[in-house]
Design a protein around this ligand. Structure first.
Ligand code: PEP
Length: 249
């Protein structure tokens, strides 16, 4: 069964005190929601966030991980380490990781396999750049990204994959894909998945939209048939805005 999900990606924001403050504000806002709610604080604040949100409806997730289990990878964190503190979901393939840390499809396939080997759920991000959309290549780019990183997976593994379509030109720019542009791309992604793995599997994969989602536009975007929720950056740093988006379902 595909789920509705709203996940907040805090990126490299919020020190310890700011994290504690935002989490207590989120706890005040939380109500029973139709959507699963997740937040992704920085690595340094994951343990504290897990403690503070124990027995809460909000899941704490990670923004990234390395593909190796341990070893000489200075500055990196593994799936085993995340699992050991109670983090069971990881964001992989965010466009900022692709752009600033040279993460490519091949590396992401290795990270996907490593996360799945440890029974982690993955929010897998991908999306085209502005020049791809302007030249009409947006579908081809997205198809390549998901095929190269994910299409080697078995049907069973897809139960642990959440897709997040995030057009790069809409991330942090204030420019959002129109609800119709989001729907068209999500329908294309589902069709591509169905061609490879069958309609049943495709119908059961949640596809989130990310890119300048705000309380003012969330409802219209989430009302589209193939949009199952959102990955939220900037607006996730404000508890009230974040829950206005969650409640847009
Ligand atoms: C993101 O970083 O995944 C994102 C969607 O950011 P924003 O909502 O700020 O565009």
């Amino acid at each position: 069964m595909r789920k509705q999900i709203v996940a907040g990606n805090w990126k490299m924001n919020n020190d310890l005190k700011q994290t504690q403050t935002l989490i207590s504000e989120l706890k005040n806002q939380v109500q029973t929601s139709m959507a699963e709610v997740m937040i992704a604080p920085t690595f340094t604040n994951l343990v504290g966030a897990c403690d503070a949100l124990q027995n809460s409806e909000i899941e704490v997730i990670a923004q990234n991980m390395h593909f190796a289990e341990n070893g000489a990878y200075t500055g990196e964190v593994s799936a085993t380490m995340l699992k050991s503190i109670g983090v069971n979901t990881v964001i992989l393939g965010h466009s900022e990781r692709r752009a600033y840390f040279n993460e490519n499809d091949e590396l992401l396939a290795k990270k996907v396999d490593a996360a799945l080997a440890k029974n982690m759920r993955i929010i897998f991000c991908f999306g085209e750049e502005l020049q791809d959309r302007n030249s009409g290549h947006h579908e081809a780019v997205v198809e390549r990204q998901i095929k190269k990183a994910l299409f080697h997976l078995s049907g069973e593994a897809w139960g642990s994959i959440v897709l997040a379509y995030e057009p790069v030109w809409a991330i942090g720019t204030g420019e959002t894909a129109s609800p119709d542009q989001a729907q068209d791309m999500h329908a294309f992604i589902r069709k591509t998945l169905a061609e490879e793995h069958g309609q049943d599997l495709a119908n059961n994969v949640s596809i989130l939209y990310g890119g300048s989602v705000k309380p003012a536009n969330a409802n219209e975007i989430f009302s589209k048939a193939d949009v199952d929720g959102g990955l939220i950056g900037g607006a996730a740093l404000n508890a009230e805005h974040f829950f206005d988006i969650v409640n847009a379902f």
